[in-house]
Ligand binder design. Structure first.
Ligand SMILES: [Zn+2]
Length: 507
């Protein structure tokens, strides 16, 4: 009879069980050595738990530890507050200011029209000539640039030049603030304004429709993206993978550019940005369509993604479906469309949003497993992953990183106190993770530092240290869609920036 075989993990577990048994049987008070051994075992499994820190890194880690102790003991603990209320406290936090200076690697989950602070859209873009506005019946607005008086739209008032409107109204500041209110979710009392997920999602999707009229004007489209890269760069982010709808764009005379123009423009603007900032690595695009589309529309979109990949392989990273999972169609519904590339013998990488839900056991809840079955490269959100042991195991084995976007999950009402975010479980197990910001402009955030703050201080609590941050930053490059050689170069550049950051902040 063959002797039973044990894998490395099984041996580890066996030793732990024997240690526990011995501690329990032999002593009334558990052996402190056994206790220490078990605590060490837990610590080593966490994200960053096996990262060896240099002497300077240890110093910085201790500094962060002390700052975090003070922050937790303070009267206001930002991670337990709604981000809109927490933001001023976070801005005053010395940990936040360190995180802003920290080289964070890549932003891997950000959407195209929530890249740039909305202040710029209102205070700069809407002040340009030929900017028209109309008011909808549901208290919203639409924008359009046009050389002539635009044709009326259903459910919207007559188009008025903003220039004329501003000259008429007494208080321009009030008007601008109300426009800002149409472009973000920010409000002083989010609990009252958004009592349910349905309410917050309604306003969320509405903000994108309002934004669209401004950012699909071709000259603004280019500038918007350059500014978006600038905001990331200022926050010490060195590379972007953008989820992009690649909409048609328009000129002042009403002529249109197709989706390929948008893709090409992203490539050109990104190249220009890299030329101006050589320590920025560039952008790759994940083409996205709304999950409210039907099967044949998604089939067309997949075909278009294949064609874009063929024409622009350098910038085109893959495909994803966006929009609220709970009310949209499931990945399984689109199974024929999504299997098209394999049927054609083509590899089209997927980067699916999946598990951004708390509807356990529903069809939507199946998206996580289906994303993995469709060989997704990463998973957007994966909020429901801890409820799916098989999907969790598969994602770890396949090296599919979860893109954690804590502020987004909180604002869209999946969790209120961020200490209870399910990523705490994934972090404690060292699951492959990256941190991103999803729709920073709509949430009133910028860059990645706010989300890193919530992860480091709230989700990780006192268990996370500089090793955690280091691993998360490295992960963002490791799990990117860059080629192995590009990853190596990116990691070498990041390491230089990191070493400088550690030296400058460990004293
Ligand atoms: Zn997203």
């Amino acid at each position: 009879m063959a002797a039973p075989s044990f894998s490395g993990t099984s041996w580890g577990c066996l030793i732990l069980v024997l240690l526990l048994y011995w501690a329990h049987v032999c002593l009334g008070v558990p052996d402190p050595h056994v206790r220490a051994r078990l605590m060490q075992e837990e610590a080593s499994r966490r994200t960053g738990g096996r990262v060896l820190l240099t002497e300077s890194e240890q110093k910085l880690s201790e500094r962060l530890h002390k700052l975090k102790e003070q922050e937790i003991a303070g009267p206001q603990f930002p991670p337990m507050m709604h981000f809109f209320e927490a933001q001023p406290f976070i801005q005053r936090s010395p940990i936040f200011s360190l995180l802003q200076r920290m080289p964070k690697g890549a932003a891997l989950h950000v959407h195209d029209f929530s890249l740039v602070s909305v202040d710029w859209l209102v205070k700069n873009v809407t002040y340009r000539p030929y900017c028209y506005i109309c008011f909808t019946k549901d208290q919203s607005v639409r924008f359009l640039f046009s050389a002539q008086q635009p044709l009326p739209r259903p459910q919207c008032s007559t188009w008025t030049l903003l220039e004329t409107l501003r000259a008429k109204v007494g208080n321009v500041t009030d008007l601008d603030n109300s426009l800002i209110g149409n472009l973000t979710l920010f409000t002083a009392d989010p609990g009252a304004a958004y009592p349910s997920q349905d309410m917050v999602w309604k306003k969320f999707e509405q903000t994108f429709i309002v934004t669209l009229g401004l950012v699909t004007y071709a000259p603004v489209f280019k500038e918007y993206f350059y500014r978006g890269l600038q905001e990331l760069y200022m926050d010490n982010v060195m590379y972007l993978e953008l989820r992009a709808l690649l909409p048609k764009t328009y000129e002042l005379d009403g002529s249109m550019h197709d989706r390929f123009w948008s893709l090409r423009t992203y490539q050109e603007v990104s190249r220009q940005f890299v030329a101006d900032h050589p320590d920025f690595l560039g952008t790759r695009i994940i083409f996205t369509v709304h999950r409210g589309l039907n099967d044949s529309q998604v089939k067309e979109a997949v075909k278009m993604a294949i064609s874009m990949q063929k024409t622009y392989p350098e910038v085109m990273a893959g495909f994803d479906l966006v929009g609220r999972e709970d009310s949209g169609r499931s990945l399984w519904y689109f199974r024929e469309a999504l299997s098209l590339p394999v049927d054609l013998g083509i590899t089209l990488p997927y980067f699916f949003h999946a598990g951004e839900t708390d509807l356990q056991g529903t069809e939507v809840d199946g998206n996580l497993l289906d994303a993995l079955l469709f060989n997704t490269s990463r998973i957007g959100h994966g909020f429901a992953l801890p409820h799916h042991p098989v999907a969790k195991e598969l994602s770890r084995k396949m090296g599919v990183a979860i893109e954690i976007c804590p502020i987004s999950n909180q604002v869209l009402k999946l969790v209120s106190d961020l200490r209870n975010h399910p990523a705490a479980v994934l972090m404690s197990e060292g699951h492959p993770l990256v941190i991103s910001s999803d729709d920073p402009a709509v949430f009133g955030a910028t860059g990645l530092s706010y989300d890193f703050y919530e992860v480091f201080v709230g989700i990780g609590g006192m268990s996370s240290n500089l090793g955690t941050l280091k691993e998360l930053a490295i992960n963002s490059l490791r799990y990117s869609s860059l080629s192995p050689q590009q990853k190596e170069e990116a990691l070498a550049l990041w390491q230089k920036k990191w070493d400088k950051f550690v030296v400058e902040n460990s004293q």
